[in-house]
Design a protein around this ligand. Structure first.
Ligand code: SF4
Length: 757
């Protein structure tokens, strides 16, 4: 059978209708097929044997198993892997379109050296030998000058052998500056550390909950593992589990929930505490609270100071009437929500806005977690589980020579783990300022892999300006993204369908799982595995740096790390600790009190010392009199907001009310629009304290008056003709507001002004 271009797309999309779990109108699918015939790079496989290859998708933190249909050595379709513990045969639109990221025109086809100005796009192809030699030379020179600490590295994640190798290179070299791209996982981990006393990942047993109360989490807009959440959502519908979505705008998730609770943006913590108030008032707190909770009642610290417990605080400050004033949610509705929680056997509260690309407020997630504890749904079926961090990578610490030891002693650029933010591991939101001010010291070289900070970080113009000040920027991107465009060297990694890699800990899964990504096709371009390149750079640097990398290549390193798990993973495509159950409550908490801490005593070590979960409003940037509106941002399954840009297929599925041609749309309540003399489709000028841009207006009843909303994932200035210069990058509109506890970005929006153009 010969498969032409149209059939190729139709096959993928048509077959996906049953499994993609994001319904697409059939007409749209047909449009996509017709439109795609103009793509010269779409593969046209010859007749040949059809085979399937299993792998793990790493395009988002979901960690789904995939099964790739091949004709000879051409991949022609990606499906979800049947029986995989995360996605059970399902696949999302991004995963489905993954072939376009393999064969598409946005790939970097060979190592490139910049020959024009930064960002100009003028490159010279060089050999891998030359590219690695250039990196080694730069690093050697900095080391000789005693400036090893002025090198930094950014990856989108810190778990698994590849990120660990990347971090190990920096450590052995003498730099403490490894960064992970920020996300809500940072805050989940911090909350577990503060309230459970453990270093763990938050897992949610959504499948066994009998009520879901989501505080802005885009359950079917890409939160956690999107495919798993779609499947869970179908299960809830079938078994009558109710979903309550608390959110300022009628997102896709809110539209499909049983109850949508429109709320003043940024006040979710107050609502969680208001629900807690009613539960406590009705004497319906779980037995867990008395037996395994600390700080629910008033307590006395070691200096004899009396501290209000959670109960005193909640009863005094968060009555339904008071919470109604803060949140805009009617007091009776708050009581109804609390009654629904009390009626359920396993109610589960979820936190983290949208897909979870922003860390958010520590206290907000503490309040939501306290609600789960109040009903005893911690480490229980249908509850929140603290999943231990994967610990299969047990390399000995690298031996450091004097240069490395001196470099590490200089301390991190961002202050993470220091006096002010003792429990944070990475504060990438501070990098731009540190670079600009050259404080605590300058950054002389930056390495970026599987991340796109020049697009994805808030206040992106400041980030790009900071990058311009760094003398040597190396990107390992497989794609010509914004960060690669601003680099001096690009050493392109294989894409996810061309390489081996362990992918541990799928987002918010409540079971320990390690996925295995495997090459399903041979490399399509002159690229190399990042793990191999890191090892080669280390060996090139010689001395103790080389000694820290005893492996011949990445495969040897990965297999050694996986040890006994390797054979099972090679056979099944993943490893799962099937029998895992969380420790019983008696043994689950390693806080100073050895209990679940409603009052997190560890917070007494932080300058903002109040230990309880409270509603602490994040004051948005901008003067209210000049910027009368509030701008928020939302995620869509049709747009990728992660390290990889949306493939053409996704862009084609975005509605005309979000993007039309190059125009990006801002959504506004009709009543607010009327006051601004704006009508549907009008051209307008949108201004925030960070930027002033032209947009078009889309009226949307499903958004609170006074609020504006825009989609994440658009406004790229790099990639290919299908993605570049379409719409607005919302990260250009917003800045950073540091959370007082974590130092992470807690901004959920920004003040804005919208006038007719
Ligand atoms: S949800 Fe994420 S991991 Fe799963 S198929 Fe989609 S992009 Fe890949």
């Amino acid at each position: 059978m010969k498969i032409d271009r149209r059939s190729f797309l139709s096959l993928g999309i048509g077959a996906a209708a049953g499994t993609a779990l994001t319904p697409l109108p059939w007409k749209l699918m047909d449009d996509v097929s017709i439109w795609s015939q103009n793509w010269p790079w779409t593969p046209v496989p010859e007749d040949g044997e059809v085979t399937y290859a299993h792998s793990t998708c790493s395009l988002c933190p979901g960690g789904c198993g995939i099964s790739v249909r091949k004709v000879k050595d051409r991949a022609v379709k990606i499906e979800g892997m049947a029986g995989h513990p995360v996605n059970k045969g399902g696949i999302c639109m991004l995963g489905l379109a993954g072939l376009q990221l393999l064969y598409g025109p946005t790939r970097v086809s060979a190592p490139l050296k910049r020959i024009g100005k930064r960002g100009e796009g003028k490159w010279q192809k060089i050999s891998w030998r030359e590219a690695i030699a250039e990196v080694v030379n730069h690093l050697s020179q900095l080391r000789e000058k005693g400036e090893a600490h002025t090198v930094a590295g950014i990856m989108d994640r810190n778990r698994g052998t590849v990120p660990q190798l990347f971090e190990r290179l920096l450590t052995a070299y003498g730099s403490p500056n490894f960064f992970r791209m920020p996300s809500v996982q940072d805050t989940h981990e911090l909350v577990l550390h503060l309230m459970h006393g453990v270093q763990a990942l938050a897992g949610y047993d959504v499948e066994n909950a009998d009520l879901i109360v989501s505080f802005g989490s885009g359950i079917i807009d890409g939160w956690g593992s999107p495919v798993r959440m779609f499947r869970a959502n179908s299960g809830w519908k079938a078994s009558g589990v109710k979903v309550i979505q608390v959110e300022p705008c009628l997102s896709n998730t809110a539209a499909k929930a049983d109850i949508w609770v429109p709320i003043n943006p940024g006040t979710e913590a107050a609502l969680a505490l208001g629900i807690a108030h009613v539960i406590i008032r009705e004497n319906r707190a779980s037995e867990f609270v008395a037996q395994y909770g600390f700080g629910f009642l008033d307590w006395t610290d070691e200096n004899g100071k009396s501290i209000n417990g959670f109960k005193t605080l909640v009863m005094a400050e968060y009555s339904p009437e008071k919470v109604a004033e803060i949140t805009g949610v009617d007091a009776n509705r708050i009581i109804e929500l609390a009654q629904a929680v009390m009626k359920a056997k396993r109610p589960l509260a979820l936190g983290g806005r949208g897909q979870g690309w922003t860390p958010g407020s520590t206290r907000e997630l503490m309040a939501i977690h306290a609600l789960n504890a109040l009903v005893g749904n911690i480490n229980q079926p249908g509850g929140v589980w603290a999943i231990p961090e994967p610990d299969y990578i047990r390399w000995p610490d690298p031996e450091m020579d004097q240069v490395a030891a001196n470099g590490i002693q200089k301390g991190r650029l961002d202050g993470a783990g220091g006096q002010n933010n003792p429990y944070s591991r990475y504060l990438l939101n501070r990098l731009a300022q540190a670079v600009t001010d050259a404080k605590p010291y300058p950054v002389n070289a930056l390495f970026v892999a599987e991340a796109n900070p020049c697009y994805s970080l808030p206040d992106v113009k400041a980030v790009q300006a900071a990058f311009d000040k760094i003398p040597f920027v190396v990107s390992f991107s497989s794609y010509m993204d914004e960060t690669a465009m601003n680099a001096d060297l690009i050493l392109p990694n294989h894409v996810f369908l061309e390489r081996y890699e362990d992918i541990p800990a799928p987002a918010v899964m409540h079971q320990p799982i390690i996925g295995l990504a495997r090459p399903v096709v041979s490399p399509q371009r002159n690229t190399r595995h990042l793990g191999d390149v890191v090892i080669e750079i280390a060996k090139g640097l010689g001395g103790s740096v080389a000694s820290a990398f005893p492996w011949t290549d990445y495969m040897a390193c990965m297999k050694e790390a996986l040890g006994g798990k390797w054979e099972r993973m090679a056979e099944d495509g993943f490893w799962i600790n099937k029998g895992y159950t969380p420790p019983e409550w008696e043994k689950a908490f390693d806080t100073p009190s050895k209990k679940f801490e409603f009052s997190a005593t560890a917070l007494l070590n932080v300058s903002d010392a109040y230990p309880n979960a409270v509603y602490q409003p994040v004051t948005l940037e901008g003067d209210k009199s000049f910027f009368p509106l509030v701008m928020i941002f939302y995620d869509s399954m049709r747009l990728s907001s992660g390290y990889v840009g949306s493939p053409p297929f996704l862009i084609k599925t975005v509605p005309d009310t979000v993007i039309k041609g190059a125009d990006g749309f801002v959504e506004i309540n009709p009543e607010t629009a009327r006051k601004q003399s704006l009508a549907e489709g009008d051209a307008a000028v949108l201004q925030t304290p960070k930027a002033k841009i032209r947009v078009r207006v889309h009226l949307n009843d499903g958004i609170r008056p006074g609020v504006l909303a825009m989609a994440r994932g658009l406004g790229h200035t790099a990639y290919d003709e299908y993605l570049k210069n379409k719409g607005v990058n919302v990260n250009a509109l917003k800045g950073v507001i540091e959370d007082p506890i974590s130092g992470l970005d807690a901004a959920w929006g920004i003040r804005a002004k919208l006038v007719k153009a």
